[in-house]
Design a protein around this ligand. Structure first.
Ligand code: UDP
Length: 241
């Protein structure tokens, strides 16, 4: 099956990806490798923007379960994503890629505030824009932020880099016979509760017709491969495959 070419993409990097094989925090070697993936995709002529998660440092929901007040915990989670964004920015700039970080929570001495038109201009100039602090609102996730920014930035697709090579009909780590989808519809993902992104993010992509491409970012060179229509991935879209 040939895949469509996606020129402008939003890459969602969860905190889990940035911690590599550690249990917590930021692994510099992994961040450097991911930066290399982004640079290679840019080199191949794609326009990229990035949304980073924060789960490797702080997750609001988990903290709330331990007694933190939910909204404060979520703000802490959003601040964690800013640290990750700065780590990704640093790694990209070390290999000569121009970047800007824009935060949904303004912090003018650290990075730019999120201004859509300005982000657009950066992308036109070939810069990688890294969106931090999620949506800026508690009770959301960075998956929803990724869907929102992908729509705002007119991206052709949302690329979700994970540690599995696509969407399966059951958990492939637990069930050996689990089958990977080449394509799957948004509605099936929602009705079968397939683990892709949270439901609000999937619905936002469905309503704005933005395909979600799920692929393994731990595999060296995979982002560029999947962008070139090769490699293994699942496309979540409105049409049946
Ligand atoms: N968060 C939030 N609003 C947002 C995005 C994130 O409150 O729009 C908080 C939330 O507490 C979340 C944390 O930031 O647990 C880290 O984001 P997420 O869990 O989405 O990171 P990931 O799973 O991608 O590493």
């Amino acid at each position: 099956m040939t895949r469509p070419r996606f020129n402008r993409i939003l890459l969602k990097l969860s905190g889990e990806v940035l911690m590599g094989n550690s249990q917590f925090g930021i692994d510099p070697d992994t961040v450097a490798r991911v930066a290399g993936e982004i640079a290679a995709a840019k080199q191949a002529g794609h326009e990229l923007c990035v949304v980073v998660g924060g789960g490797n440092i702080f997750r609001g929901l988990a903290a709330a379960a331990k007694g933190f007040e939910r909204t404060s915990a979520d703000y802490m989670g959003m601040l964690a994503t800013v640290m990750n964004a700065l780590a990704v920015q640093n790694a990209l700039e070390q290999i000569g890629v121009d970047t800007r970080v824009q935060s949904a929570i303004p912090m003018s001495t650290v990075c730019e505030p999120f201004i859509r038109r300005r982000a657009e201009r950066h992308m036109e100039k070939g810069r990688i824009v890294i969106f931090a602090a999620g949506t800026g609102n508690p009770y959301f996730t960075t998956d929803s932020a990724a869907a929102l920014r992908a729509a705002e930035m007119n991206c052709d697709a949302l690329f979700k880099g994970t540690s599995v090579d696509g969407v399966y009909d059951a958990d492939p780590k637990k069930i050996k016979t689990a089958k990977r989808y080449e394509t799957v519809t948004f509605n099936r993902v929602l009705s079968d509760d397939l683990k892709v992104m949270d439901a609000s993010a999937v619905a936002l992509c469905r309503d704005n017709n933005i395909p979600i491409v799920v692929f393994n970012i731990r595999e060296q060179g995979n982002l560029a491969r999947v962008l070139a229509g090769e490699g293994t991935a699942t496309i979540v879209q409105n049409e049946e495959g």
